[in-house]
Design a protein around this ligand. Sequence first.
Ligand SMILES: [Fe+2]
Length: 291
Amino acid sequence: MLSSDQPIAAAPPPGAAADWTIAQAWEHYSDAEHATWDRLFARQSALLADRAAPEFLEGIELAGLWRPGIPDFEELSERLDRATGWQVLAVPGLVPDAMFFDHLAHRRFVAGSFIRTPEQLDYLQEPDVFHDVFGHVPLLAHPAFADYMQAYGEGGLRALEHGAIERLARLYWHTVEFGLVRSGGGLKLFGAGIVSSYGESIFALDDPSPHRIRFDLRRVMRTRYRIDDYQRNYFVIDSFDDLLRQTTETDFAPLYAEIDRQPDYEPGAIAEGDVVLTRGTQAHAGEPKAC
Ligand SMILES: [Fe+2]
């Protein structure tokens, strides 16, 4: 996850390498921690069978995530490497943006190695191994999405030079974390923040509250987001190939300059030019926080 939303130390914590990675220490997970993974995996895989994008479900198979227990990152990396050349490395928590982008640009996905407690099954703020691995890794086995993530990392390193991290972070948020995709005549889930959350896996697809709007690169980079609640708007890509094409064919430097002259959109707003696939009631926006 990008660190832009939260304060972060400038230097790696004790025990971490200069690139902020640590040993996963897989052998140190307790039986109770493996059981927490198994419980989360069983619940999400049953829920997502007809809700997640087929590419995500195929990725679960390819990455071998169906095997019981918290995955060993070395084995996971061997499987991913065979599929798309990606690796998974452990980090102690959020890493600085430049480091995060550099890892992505080199096809290295950095993942939290700790797992939530049984009391935190439904929500936690810091990304744990279930969010990072179950949520993010399956699509890294898909060639177009794997290329998109690398391109995103390369774009992030350039965005640092343009002071445009906030814009680019919004692209990540509205696609990698909370994206939907058209599939088989309907909508399917693929964002890691959704598919790793029981509640949001239902809300994002079924609830009448949020707007579901066709993805547009300029639009999403102007759109603020909530980090403490379900999303007000979900953006729907046509396909992973289209997302990759739009990202790699866009010259972002002039786009940042253009967007800087325009106002942001608030979460839950509908903008002129939006292709609204389902107009939401926004009823949830007035309710108390429920993640
Ligand atoms: Fe994430």
